[in-house]
Ligand binder design. Sequence first.
Ligand SMILES: O=C(O)C1=C[C@@H](OP(=O)(O)O)[C@@H](O)[C@H](O)C1
Ligand SMILES: C=C(OP(=O)(O)O)C(=O)O
Length: 414
Amino acid sequence: MNAILVQPPKSPVKAEIKLAASKSECNRALILHALTHFKSELTNISEARDSQTMQRLLHAQEEIADVIDAGTTMRFLTAYFAITGQKKIMTGTPRMCERPIALLVDALRQLGASIEYQKTVGYPPIMLNGFSYSGVNTLQIRGDVSSQYISALLMVAPLLPDGLHIELVGEIGSRPYIEMTIEQMAAFGVEVQADWTAKRLSVSHQNYQPQPYAIESDWSGASYWYSIVALAEDAEIELLGLKEESLQGDSAIVDIMEHLGVRSTFTKRGVLLEKTTTAPSIGWDFTNCPDLAQTVAVCCAMKNIELSMTGVESLKIKETDRIFALQEELKKLGAELKEVETNHRYEVTRVQTISAETTPSIHTYDDHRMAMAFAPVGMIQPILIEEPGVVVKSYPTFWEHLGLITTLEELELS
Ligand SMILES: O=C(O)C1=C[C@@H](OP(=O)(O)O)[C@@H](O)[C@H](O)C1
Ligand SMILES: C=C(OP(=O)(O)O)C(=O)O
C-alpha cells in the first residue's frame, strides 16, 4: 500500500498557492457548453478527474458512460443524455453504484425518459433508452437527499417544450449549489425564477447562448489551506484565483475559520490567510456546505476546539460514509465524533492526548476529502496518509502544492 508521510515544517510557512479550478463550477459549465452545441469558450477548465471524466464522456461515442466516482458527472450527465435522447449505460465504481439515483430517475421518467435499472432498483448502473416528451411540466422532488438531482433537472429544463416547474419538498440541503447552477445558467442566457419561500423553481422553454466563461478556483480545496494555517505554528499563505463574491457556498470557510484562528484578506489575486486568535468552541450547520465538514472536524480536533455539527446527514451517501470514516480516523488523533442528539447533532471532542512522536496512519476510504482533511495534521506532528492518490478526484496537484511548504515522503507500506 502507498502512503505519504507529512512532516511538520521546519520554518515558518510562507507560500502562494495556485489552487485547482472548482470541479462543481466546471462540471456545470461543461454541461451548459454542451447545451450551446459546444460553441462556448471555457477557460480554467478543472484538472480534477471528475471534470476530465465529464469532458471525455460528453464527447464519447461508446454506449457505456463510466463516471468512476464522480457524483455530479453521474447526475448531470444522466439528465443531459436522457433529455437529449441518447442511449447510454451510466455506471461507475462500486461505491458509485451504492449512491442513490432514484429521485432523479423518477423525475426524468415523468418527463418522458425511458430508464431501466440494470442491477439494483434505485442505484446505478442504469440504462437510458431514449426520450419521448410526456407533456409533464411540474415535478415534485425531495430537497434533502442531494441537490445534484435538482441542478441536473434545472440545466436541462429549458430544453423541454413547456419548460419545468420544480417543487422542492422538505428541507433543502446544499442550496448554494442550486444557486450556483442558476447563476451559471444565467451566464449562458437562461433565466430561472426561484421562489425559495414557496420552494419553487421555474424555467420556461429557452435557448442557451454560447458565451466565454471562466471557472473560479476551488473553495473546497481552499479549505485545506485554511486548516494548514490554523494548525501551523507560524504561517501566511496567499491562495490565488478566489473571489470574495463567489458562486461557491464553500466560501463559508472564511467565516468558519475566523473562529479557528485564520483571518482572510481579499487581494487582487485571491485571498491572504494569516493567523489570528481562536474560539474555545464552535457550532456550525453544514447543510449548505457539507464538503467542509471533514476539514473543520479534523482542524477542531487538533486545536482542541469543541465542535458541534449539524446538517451532516448527506455525508453518509458521499464518496464513503464520511461520518463513519471520520469516527474511525479521528480516534487515531485521540478525538471522538459522536452523535449527541437524535436530531443528528454531532460533537467532536478531544478525549486523550497522543504523543507528538506517534505517527497515526490514516485510512482514506477512496475519499479525496479524507486525505486532504487529515494532511494538515502534519503541521503539528508526523502523519501518514494512506492511498494518497485519491486526491485526483478534485485536486490532483494537492501533494505537489503541500510539498512547497513542508517535507513529504512517499512510502510503500506492507
Ligand atoms: O452540485 C455540486 O457540485 C455538489 C453538490 C454537493 O452534493 P449534494 O448536493 O449531494 O450535497 C457537494 O457535496 C458535491 O461535492 C458537489
Ligand atoms: C461529494 C463530493 O462529490 P460528488 O458528490 O460530486 O461525487 C465531493 O467532492 O466531496
